[in-house]
Design a protein around this ligand. Structure first.
Ligand SMILES: [Zn+2]
Length: 156
């Protein structure tokens, strides 16, 4: 597959941290329960850390308790590329960014999670950048932070 974003290893190394390079460009896996987005519930979009392609949305993220951020559906099915991965004596489906070919994680199906697709996109946090959604207009009610003056301190 030809990717829209194509860079040499040297170029990727210059842009990514050593840990990011290992996962994104060498199909590494971060240790379970260590990633920054494992239990994140922030509303927003998750983009490819290598190229910025929008990959997942927070409304498809769910708690799988597997130790990695888990999504039941990509934001757009063409945003990711699925490749049969037979490494380590297993048959798995690798998930890559369709724009730059960087490794994101794996997808598993039929595990019985109560999600609409019964799929689990098990994605390394380090492959993603969360872009939080701006608060909706009108959500802030203009309450000024001048309420709690120290009048309650009368314990003397
Ligand atoms: Zn990418």
């Amino acid at each position: 597959m030809t990717y829209e974003v194509k860079k040499s290893d040297e170029e990727w190394r210059a842009e990514l941290s050593p840990q990011e390079f290992k996962v994104l460009r060498q199909a590494g896996t971060e240790a379970a329960f260590t990633g920054e987005y494992t239990d994140t519930e922030t509303t927003g979009v998750y983009k490819c850390r290598a190229c910025g392609n929008e990959l997942f949305r927070s409304d498809t993220k769910f708690h799988s308790h597997c130790g990695w951020p888990s999504f039941f559906d990509p934001a757009d099915s063409s945003a990711v590329e699925l490749i049969s991965d037979r490494s380590f004596g297993m048959v798995r489906t690798e998930v890559r960014c369709a724009r730059c070919g960087s490794h994101l994680g794996h997808v598993f199906a039929g595990e019985g999670y109560p999600t609409p697709t019964d799929q689990r996109y098990c994605i390394n946090s380090i492959s993603l950048t969360l872009e939080p959604k701006e608060p909706a207009e009108g959500a802030a009610d203009g309450t000024a932070e001048d309420s709690a003056e120290d009048s309650a301190e009368s314990g003397g």
